[in-house]
Design a protein around this ligand. Structure first.
Ligand SMILES: Cc1cc2nc3c(=O)[nH]c(=O)nc-3n(C[C@H](O)[C@H](O)[C@H](O)COP(=O)(O)O)c2cc1C
Length: 197
């Protein structure tokens, strides 16, 4: 066994322990169902990584509201109907010894109307050769804040988190965010721990 600190356990808040510091970055692979429920292929992809030894598995960007959906086959955290799949996902990660974390996401400018069925909106109106979005209203902002909060608290994200691990970890979502709106709430992502055993 290597003596590198990479392979040493890491204690997170409230005593949650990751068995090492080698964590899977979020990877969108579009392997879930049309309605956002977990697909078997998505689960198998993540399970293989958990079994391979990652200490924490983060899901792909998972949409918190329909108008923020950016890919066909994207995992959803926008509706209670997603609960059984997320529970299955977390249980499978734990069975393999990994912590599980879901990347909460709203596409903003990068949401795709053909996929979401709704017009894209972002912090300000935008249009170029490939992307366009209307400007956010105050209601949009309030609603996306609620959507992130609801997703972070949704069953099983909340129900399956032990009471000692309830604070979502904030991360910067840079890969798909145009620089001009990088700090806009509609392009932010929160990674929320799911079902820590
Ligand atoms: C196929 C693919 C899908 C990705 N999906 C996501 C995603 O859903 N969310 C995200 O924040 N980053 C996503 N990324 C970015 C990766 O998580 C990672 O940050 C990027 O590949 C850079 O990694 P590196 O710094 O180790 O090279 C994706 C990257 C690739 C190649």
């Amino acid at each position: 066994m290597s003596s590198s600190p990479l392979f040493a356990p890491l204690e997170l808040r409230k005593g949650i322990i990751a068995k090492n510091r080698v964590w899977l970055a979020p990877l969108t692979n579009q392997q879930s169902h049309h309605d956002g429920t977990l697909g078997d292929d998505e689960l198998a992809f993540l399970a293989a990584r958990a079994e391979g030894g990652f200490g924490l598995i983060e899901t792909c960007a998972a949409y918190v509201a329909n108008d923020g959906k950016a890919w066909p086959g994207e995992l959803g955290v926008h509706d209670n109907a997603m609960g059984p799949g997320l529970t299955r996902l977390a249980a499978r990660m734990h069975e393999a010894g990994a912590l599980a974390q879901v990347q909460l996401f709203h596409g903003g400018l990068r949401a795709v109307p053909e996929v979401s069925g709704q017009p894209a909106w972002s912090a300000s109106a935008y249009s170029d050769a490939t992307l366009s979005a209307r400007a956010a209203t105050n209601d949009d902002i309030a609603s996306v804040i609620d959507a992130f909060a609801a997703a972070a608290q949704a069953a099983p994200v909340r129900a399956s988190i032990r009471s000692n691990c309830t604070v979502p970890m904030a991360i910067c979502f840079r890969s798909f965010s145009p620089l001009r709106t990088i700090s806009a709430p509609t392009n932010g992502v929160v990674a929320s721990p799911i079902a820590h055993a």
